[in-house]
Design a binder for this molecule. Structure first.
Ligand SMILES: Nc1ncnc2c1ncn2[C@@H]1O[C@H](COP(=O)(O)OP(=O)(O)OP(=O)(O)O)[C@@H](O)[C@H]1O
Length: 334
């Protein structure tokens, strides 16, 4: 469905002395199979949208090659566009037209007859819970309804491959959950392949068969959410004792078992431990036998943020807030 090799995009910004090159995407390889739902994850500015724009033919790669649905993104750009659905970050509805007309017009742009475009549009309105909104202007719809309208426009010509750029950004939790159901149905009901960019970890986790993480323009990981969580970073183990004495012994035992990030405080010890389910029972038996009374034990499965932290040395959440802070200070100094 999608194959990319060494895909790169370099932008030149500024003029004169301020001129500089931004390597937005720096040699990306991708292989996405039919029927997969792939979450493309990364912090602000990582290169997600730029990659998507190259795959959807909106931006010509500076280097590398990519085929989408068997068509080359440069040589066969028209065929690529005809064969995909693309829901951009900004949405597609700007005009003063009625929602239904916009969707039907969009279908006609793809060569559908008016009658087919209206019939297909109405079917999509029903599937996407937009019943009764055909004659409403998009500006008078809620954020969630507008986003579902964007998706209807992206699906009007029945593409088998759909690109969604940050589909739920700016929506409230209920509207996000609702949209997740519709995105999941794209595959289950229509057999579509979905490539979605997001910087919401929970979204990527809930929807994706496979997650690809991009950071600074390069791919840092690609695997199922479960594999990423179990192989890349371990479980977070927290042991609390009734007294301070066992803490050092427990920390040593954890170290012996290959735990990392071991910290102690007062009566407690925390560590990150791969495959904890297999080794924790033995550790507990050993501690018991030594008369070390355990007060409580907590084992937290790693999150995708832990994966990101392990791979890049920084938390995706920290990365987000750092970029946000940078943007604010840019605005202030501008
Ligand atoms: N047209 C452009 N001109 C100059 N720089 C650009 C342009 N488009 C993107 N960039 C830069 O390329 C890098 C990657 O941007 P991109 O929009 O692909 O990131 P992203 O991962 O989609 O981020 P976000 O989550 O904020 O949408 C950023 O540093 C961005 O500032």
């Amino acid at each position: 469905m999608i194959h990319a090799r060494g895909l790169a995009a370099t932008f030149v910004t500024g003029k004169g002395k301020n001129k500089r090159e931004v390597r937005a995407v720096d040699g990306v390889d991708l292989d996405i199979a039919e029927g997969e739902v792939v979450g493309f994850l990364g912090p602000n500015g990582a290169g997600k949208t730029t990659t998507l724009r190259m795959l959807t033919t909106l931006l010509r790669p500076t280097a590398g090659t990519a085929t989408v649905n068997g068509f080359d993104v440069v040589a066969d750009s028209v065929q690529v566009r005809r064969s995909i659905g693309y829901v951009s970050q900004m949405g597609s509805t700007f005009s003063q037209a009625l929602a239904g007309d916009e969707v039907a017009d969009h279908g006609q742009l793809y060569g559908m007859s008016r009658r087919d475009a209206v019939a297909r549009g109405q079917e999509l309105f029903a599937q996407l819970q937009l019943d009764g909104l055909w004659d409403r202007m998009p500006k008078n719809m809620s954020g969630g309804q507008r986003r579902r309208l964007d998706i209807a426009m992206g699906l009007i010509h029945d593409p088998t491959l759909v690109f969604l750029d940050e589909p739920t950004t700016g929506l409230d939790p209920q509207a996000r959950a609702n949209l997740w159901e519709h995105i999941a149905k794209l595959r289950t009901d229509r057999g579509a392949t979905v490539f979605l960019t997001t910087h919401y970890l929970d979204e990527a986790d809930a929807l994706s068969d496979r997650i690809i993480i991009i950071d600074n323009g390069t791919i840092v990981a690609a695997d199922t959410p479960e594999n990423l969580k179990s192989h890349v970073s371990g479980d977070l183990v927290h042991l609390e004792f009734a007294a301070a004495e066992p803490v050092t012994h427990a920390a040593e035992q954890l170290h012996r078992l290959g735990a990392t990030e071991i910290t102690t405080d007062g009566f407690g010890v925390r560590a990150r431990l791969r495959g904890s389910a297999k080794v924790i029972p033995g550790l507990l038996r050993d501690l018991e036998a030594g008369g070390n009374t355990l007060d409580s034990i907590e084992i937290l499965r790693p999150t995708l943020d832990d994966v990101f932290l392990t791979l890049t040395g920084r938390s995706l959440r920290d990365a987000e807030s750092a970029v946000d802070a940078e943007e604010v200070s840019d605005e202030i100094s501008a």
